[in-house]
Design a protein around this ligand. Sequence first.
Ligand code: PLP
Length: 377
Amino acid sequence: MIYLDNAATTLLSPEALKAMSPFLKKKFGNPSSLHGLGREARAAIEKARERAAKFLNCSTEEVFFTGSATEADNLAIFGSAASHIITSVIEHPAVLEPIKNLEKSGEISATYLPVYKDGIVRVEDVKKALQPETALVSIMYANNEIGTIQPIAEIRKVLPAKIIFHTDAVQAANYLDCDVQKLGVDMLTLSSHKLYGPKGIGLLYIKKGAAIAPVMFGGHQEGGIRPGTENVAAIAGFGAAIAELAISKSQNIKIRVQRLRDKLIDDILTKIPGASLNGSLGARLPNNANISFDRVEGESILMALDQEGIAVSTGSACASGSLAPSYVLMALGMTHQRAHGSIRFSLSKYTTEAEINYVLKILPKVIERLRKLSPLK
Ligand code: PLP
């Protein structure tokens, strides 16, 4: 299988698996227990916390492990929401849905910033949307569908200090600098399974002094911010995966991935008529190519590529049976038809040139065949 769906999830790295293994076997203690087994589990969590703090350039007391990035985003929004929130129309549902929920219950009002054809939030728009009662701004670092990168550090500069600034850095972590001091954020979300760690574990960085209330109550774990017995093995794997990001940087993985991605985009756009790139090319994650193909359904392309052993994703959300086009693509101002004909290719550090060449050999034939069958004009 040629796996080009790394924005959905990534392969667990051998190092992450190795770090997890003891805690799934003999080292099964509860980290809150005071005996040796408990202390071993506690030490593993604290080691992972140190690795995360180093990556984020923050202190260990500012790192809170959660059951997923969805949970971390919910904690960030529900834990700090008051009066007025500014966000963007292309946030992940893990940010948008909590905000809509608060809006519906009348607890807050929200401003959803546009992103224009390039998929990028304008700093000027953030400035204009500010109200005296704005309490929270939540703008994602990089988008999961089109990979566009938002100007986080620049946005911070126009925000009054009292405003809490959250960014969902789930898609950004593999390729962009997540130094929270440089970004100037008060909260930042990461997900383990997007960076070669295990699923079901995320974290929220919360700047010391930021007034965040817990949304779950029970135990004292994670400083009471996220109660519940910790998933020790997953946290240890997450920590190991984070530690590897520094190695990826030194091995120039970003440059290699971007070269392969650029080859994929260039070849598709030159060889396949009626193909177009969605969102900015310049301010974009190096592993993302989101491309629309005229007169073909994204789902048909996905299924045909799957039969050829190539895993990709569509931009259109057909979960729950609805065939609504992707709200992210629609926010770029494109037609329903173009949004429906989109495919997201997302590469990883494991993607090879031979795999990209194979995709480039198969894809034009697939598109040609589907167009012949297509009722779309
Ligand atoms: N935020 C972004 C930008 C994502 O891409 C995802 C996953 O698709 C999430 C949040 C949710 O992450 P998790 O699967 O850890 O809940």
